[in-house]
Every structure is written in structure tokens, then in C-alpha cells.
Design a binder for this molecule. Structure first.
Ligand SMILES: N[C@@H](CCC(=O)N[C@@H](CS)C(=O)NCC(=O)O)C(=O)O
Length: 260
């Protein structure tokens, strides 16, 4: 599974292809890998280098972010929710989106809090860029260039960055409350009584708050520092039970060490 084709090669293939950015445990990327892996759906991996030449990806998908899920000649799925729906359609079991409407709406709402625009991962990305955007000279040149590039690419917004930590805290509080409520019902999962996409997405998103140790989750040192520098408010809100839940999901359903 560790071989990669190019984006241009993937575009011309049939079947399922995932465009991934290997080397870093990106929450969106690890999340969709987790969804397809739990369903045992085989796929071809295509490599998009972070900060590399995006022209083939742009030409194919009209945008330049990974991950992408492409099935045959259908339109490539660029957003987490379309990727999840594609996975559910291709291999319905194990079901990762509940049938029950109350469970389903709660689950998708919480997934959106993690992965949607202005969600937890989005806000953490703003927080990573913020020191450079406030004072570019505070950073070494390489970091400055890298983060300035991403700030432009992802439309950095100073006001949104200002509120990002508080937003992450509110999302963590909602997840903690949900986990505690589930525990009182005797469930080991965040929704209902079986694994859902939310358990997977929480576990993979947690990398951008408190990454697993290097032997399980290898990544460049600068990314480890970006990912784990969360500040006091998030540190205080990061419930150890949520992290224990992440460990439980990785140990029982996902691949360790992470395959990148
Ligand atoms: N398409 C995703 C978002 C994907 C995304 O923003 N990916 C970023 C993660 S930081 C990425 O590809 N970064 C690497 C790059 O731009 O080279 C969604 O909205 O569901």
C-alpha cells in the first residue's frame, strides 16, 4: 500500500483513487484513509506533495487541496462529506453513517465541527499560521515562507484566527459531553452503539492537537511542533477521556503505526 502513482496517472485510471499528501498525518487525509480502510475498500494512492506543483490536481479537480477521492470517471470528491458518502455507497457495510435520523444528524453535525469550514481542523490551521501572520520576522525564513504560502492558499482571515482557539475549545467541550453521555448509556462509541465516521474523524483530527508519539505517528519535527502547540485554553479543554477514546479507536480499528 505504500506505492504512489502521480496525480496525472491517477486521473486516467479506473476504480477508486485517493490523492493523498504523504509524510504528514493531515487530519482530512488520515480521516478518509480510515473510512476506506475500515470498510476494506481497496484504492490506488496518488501523491500530491505539500507545497509542490499543484497544476495536475488543479486541472483535474479545479482546486489544489488533498485528499481527493475519485471513483471511475465520476466527478472527483474534494470534500470530506462527499468522500464519506461515496465510501458508504461503494461498500455499505460496515455502516459508518447511522440509519437513525437523530443519530445521523448529530453525527454529521459533529463531523462538520471537526472537518468543515471554520471547524476544529480549520481553526487549528489558522492558529498555526497566526504567529507568522502577526509578526513574520518572528519565524525562521523557511517556516515563514511555508506558512505565508499556506495563508494565501487557504485565505487566512485575521479575525477568524483571533477566535480560533475559543472555537476549538467549544467543539472539544461538545465532544467531551457527547462521550460522557454515551458512557452513561453504556456505549463505547461517540454515537449509538457501534463505530461511526465520527469516531474515526475524531481520532484522526486529534493529531492536530496532541499527535501520537513518533514511533506510531512519524512526521517532520516542525509539523509536530505546529500540531502540538495548542496554547493553554485548548490544553485545558483537551479531555484525557477524548484522547483515550482516540487510542481505543486506533488500537481496534485503524492502522498503527500510521502508514504514510
Ligand atoms: N477538501 C477538504 C479540505 C482539504 C484541505 O484543506 N487540505 C489541506 C490540508 S492542510 C491540504 O491539502 N494541504 C496541503 C496542501 O495544500 O498542499 C475538505 O474540505 O473536506
Amino acid at each position: 500500500m505504500s506505492d504512489y502513482v502521480s496525480v496525472a496517472e491517477a486521473r486516467n485510471m479506473e476504480g477508486l483513487r485517493l490523492v493523498l499528501s504523504p509524510g504528514v498525518p493531515g487530519p482530512w487525509t488520515e480521516g478518509i484513509k480510515g473510512i476506506f480502510d475500515v470498510k476494506k475498500i481497496p484504492y490506488v494512492r496518488a501523491k500530491q506533495d505539500i507545497g509542490g506543483d499543484y497544476s495536475d490536481l488543479l486541472d483535474w479537480t479545479a482546486q489544489a487541496a488533498a485528499p481527493i477521492a475519485a471513483w471511475n470517471d465520476e466527478w472527483p470528491r474534494i470534500s470530506w462529506i462527499d468522500q464519506l458518502n461515496l465510501a458508504e455507497r461503494l461498500v455499505p457495510e460496515p455502516k459508518l453513517v447511522p440509519d437513525d435520523i437523530a443519530e445521523r444528524t448529530l453525527m454529521l453535525g459533529l463531523c462538520n465541527e471537526l472537518l468543515g469550514q471554520n471547524g476544529l481542523v480549520w481553526c487549528r490551521r489558522l492558529m498555526v499560521m497566526q504567529p507568522t501572520m502577526i509578526d513574520p520576522d518572528s519565524q525562521p525564513e523557511e517556516v515563514r515562507n511555508f506558512l505565508t504560502f499556506f495563508a494565501t492558499k487557504y485565505h487566512y482571515d485575521a479575525a477568524q484566527a483571533e477566535g480560533a482557539a475559543a472555537r476549538v475549545v467549544s467543539i472539544l467541550n461538545a465532544l467531551s459531553a457527547q462521550l460522557a453521555a454515551q458512557k452513561t448509556k453504556g456505549s463505547k462509541y461517540l454515537i449509538g452503539d457501534q463505530l461511526t465516521a465520527l469516531d474515526i474523524y475524531w481520532s484522526t483530527a486529534a493529531a492536530i492537537l496532541d499527535p501520537l508519539p513518533h514511533n506510531m505517528c512519524p512526521m517532520p519535527d516542525n509539523f509536530r511542533e505546529f500540531y502540538s502547540t495548542v496554547g493553554p485554553d485548548i490544553e485545558a479543554a483537551l479531555d484525557t477521556k477524548l484522547l483515550a477514546h482516540r487510542d481505543f479507536i486506533y488500537e481496534n480499528y485503524l492502522t498503527l503505526p500510521l502508514l504514510m
